[in-house]
Design a protein around this ligand. Structure first.
Ligand code: NAD
Ligand code: DAU
Length: 357
């Protein structure tokens, strides 16, 4: 199956993974253009995309995926032949304290995008079309000490975040089964890399270590996550978009399981060296705190279908990826301080004129 996307609608492209994907897709596909639809929640940061300002193949539109007329207009005006849907509320902890926005954005927003995509695809405005839903391994729930999530693992989401992502995945499936819409669905493990919002574990650790602040480790620190560099995720998405059969689902993962406490220790030690601190100094910042409610114990992805069918495998080793990531944060302290101070919110107002609270 070969598909050559020419005009992409990327949603949530001002966030962590979406912005990394746009950079890599624009660089890899000189004949294609990208329209980035993002409403700029707290997680949306146009500073992630400054290198693309003025690029004729890139266009930013501030708007909500739940705004059906806007979505319909963009699909038609830009002759969109592929929707790559990243936009979401993405942080598990926030979904525990405020689940409503997760349902609104992740479930209802996805339904609007699917419905407008269906109408656009059925209108015949473009010769071929794909809708790619970016999802998460969290839809499968939690594993014990052994085993892996495959694409056949039943959905068993445990947090309001993962339940909202699972709901969206089922809607995507329904649009394929009911209307024959050419949908694709990927489910990826934990990403790390540049432009990661410092509420998530790895950038939070780096930021707190630099500033000698406590490193909160939830529960016993023995929960396991499977980490993948965000650029490997971006390449996997591009591969699925271009090569996968409509209706297919692919897991994406790094085959790279770590207990949280081991990641914390590793980041501490790498930063001891880089900050010229004594061996073990950063580890004294580790603080065990109350566990996350319903904290999933272990995620581990079997991504062999993606490798076997479409030939994707990660390019980064974790050793290289985590070292580069730490160096990126050290070299981009201005980006971090703008995010932590909130001043990145003013950037849109200066560049595009008003509107971001
Ligand atoms: P993020 O929180 O960094 O970015 C989300 C982006 O979506 C932001 O730019 C935000 O402004 C935008 N957005 C939110 N609501 C919107 C709306 N209603 N309309 C338009 N834009 C809206 O998220 P991320 O970590 O980059 O994750 C991107 C996607 O990948 C999500 O769907 C997430 O579920 C999925 N995912 C993330 C990971 C991970 O490790 N971060 C792993 C697997 C899957
Ligand atoms: O698995 C994919 C998912 O990975 C994505 O779908 C989510 O959008 C993304 O946020 C991420 O979810 P996690 O909950 O796994 O990521 P987070 O960085 O929040 O936490 C990673 C692990 O570290 C988790 O077991 C909780 C723990 N943790 C997290 C934070 C923020 C801590 O121990 N301390 C912390 O301060």
């Amino acid at each position: 199956m070969k598909f050559t996307p020419t005009s992409l609608l990327v949603t949530g492209g001002a966030g962590f993974i979406g912005s990394n994907f746009i950079h890599s897709f624009i660089a890899n596909n000189p004949e294609s253009s990208v329209t980035n639809l993002d409403c700029l929640t707290y997680a949306g940061n146009l500073k992630n995309l400054t290198a693309l300002e003025g690029n004729p193949r890139y266009c930013f539109v501030k708007g909500d995926i739940g705004d059906a007329p806007l979505v319909a207009q963009l699909l038609a005006d830009k002759k969109i032949d592929a929707v790559v849907h990243f936009a979401a509320e993405s942080h598990v902890d926030r979904s525990i304290t405020g689940p409503e926005i997760f349902v609104r954005t992740n479930v209802l927003g996805t339904q609007v995008l699917l419905e407008e995509s269906r109408k656009h695809w059925q209108s015949g405005a473009v010769a071929d079309f794909r809708y790619l839903q970016i999802s998460t391994d969290e839809v499968y729930g939690s594993l014990g000490d052994t085993g892996y999530f495959t694409e056949e693992t039943p959905l068993a989401a445990n947090s309001p975040y993962s339940a909202s992502k699972a709901g969206a995945d089922l809607l995507v499936r329904a649009y394929h089964e009911t209307f024959g819409m050419p949908t694709l669905n990927t489910r990826c493990s934990n990403n790390y890399g540049p432009y990661h919002f410092p509420e998530k574990l790895i950038p939070l650790l780096i930021h707190n270590i630099i500033n000698k602040k406590p490193l909160p480790v939830y529960g016993d620190g023995l929960n396991v996550r499977d980490w993948l560099h965000v650029r490997d995720h971006a390449m996997a998405i591009e591969t699925v978009l271009k090569k996968a059969a409509p209706g297919s689902v692919y897991n994406i993962g790094g085959n790279n399981e770590w207990k949280n406490i081991d990641i914390v220790n590793l980041v501490c030690d790498l930063l001891d060296q880089r900050l010229g601190r004594a061996d073990g100094e950063n580890r004294t910042l580790i603080t065990f705190v109350k566990d996350r409610l319903g904290h999933d114990r272990r995620y581990a992805i079997d991504a062999s279908r993606l490798q076997a069918d479409l030939g994707w495998s990660p390019a980064y080793t974790f050793e290289q990826g985590i070292a580069e990531t730490i160096d990126w944060y050290l070299a981009n302290q201005e980006w971090v301080s703008e995010v932590t101070s909130g001043s990145y919110r003013e950037y849109y107002n200066q560049q595009y004129g008003g509107g971001v609270a």
